[in-house]
Every structure is written in structure tokens, then in C-alpha cells.
Design a protein around this ligand. Structure first.
Ligand code: GCU
Length: 138
């Protein structure tokens, strides 16, 4: 199936804000994580069947320091301190991918800031589920 896009501004945000002041985002905005450890965005992703999936996060990081985040799926960390390096400007957006496994039905994919800088500005995640994905209804 084609990748399904899940906008960060529609996800469950803990200690972050939806903003739209840096051009180049898709949808209606992006999430600006609070500059602290533990700020997070959680996506609800539906998969038609269990199986491997590729996640592609679209983000910007206008500062020089990396903003690594832990990626968890259904409560288990599957990518520890995944790197979200500088993109040079808050208007320069790029992608970062990682492979996961989804279960059939509802999955929770959470990205959690691991440094006091918080996460990068997060535009969306594209989920390419080999078992099949359906659009987010949350
Ligand atoms: C700036 C920028 C924000 C960004 C923030 C940060 O304030 O305008 O979009 O999220 O820096 O450092 O996280």
C-alpha cells in the first residue's frame, strides 16, 4: 500500500504547541516541542494487518545541535535516541526514517524528546505498512 501521512498537528501532543510560523510544512502546521526532556507527540496509526512498516518523519531543526528522540511503538522503545540533526534553518525540512513492526489494528507511535532542547519541529510521519495501512481518523 502507499504510505499514509499522519500530521503531527493532529496527533496527541504532550508539552508542545502547534505552530505555522516557519514555511514549508504540510497540512496546517507542525509541532514545536517544548524545550525539555520528555516532550512528546503520539500518533495513532491503524494497520490492516500485522507486519513490518517504515516510518518517515518530516522535520526541521534550525539549531546546530542534534535533537535525538526515542521512538516507541505500543509502549516499547524501538529506536533509542534517533537522531534529528540540524537542517540549517527552521524553514528547511527533511526526513528521517526507521523501520518498525505494527500489530493489526490500532498502534500508538510516540516520539519523545531526550534532551533539554526538546524535539525538532515535527511536520508529519509517513507510515508505509507492508501489511496495509488505513488513514488516521483521530
Ligand atoms: C525557535 C523556533 C521554533 C522552535 C524553537 C526551538 O523558537 O521559532 O519553531 O521550535 O526555536 O528551539 O525548539
Amino acid at each position: 500500500a502507499a504510505p499514509v501521512q499522519y500530521q503531527a498537528e493532529n496527533a496527541t501532543i504532550s508539552n508542545g504547541l502547534v505552530e505555522s510560523n516557519h514555511a514549508g510544512f504540510t497540512g496546517s502546521g507542525f509541532v514545536n516541542y517544548d524545550n525539555e526532556i520528555g516532550s512528546s507527540v503520539e500518533f495513532t496509526v491503524n494497520a490492516a494487518a500485522a507486519g513490518p512498516a517504515n516510518l518517515t518523519f518530516r522535520f526541521a531543526n534550525g539549531q546546530t545541535a542534534d535533537r535525538p528522540m526515542d521512538v516507541s511503538v505500543n509502549g516499547s522503545v524501538v529506536a533509542s535516541r534517533l537522531s534529528f540533526p540540524s537542517t540549517g534553518a527552521w524553514t528547511s525540512w527533511t526526513t528521517k526514517s526507521t523501520s518498525i513492526t505494527l500489530k493489526a489494528g490500532t498502534n500508538k507511535i510516540k516520539t519523545v524528546a531526550t534532551t533539554s532542547n526538546g524535539g525538532p519541529n515535527l511536520d508529519r510521519v509517513d507510515v508505509d505498512a507492508q501489511g496495509g495501512g488505513t488513514p488516521d481518523t483521530v
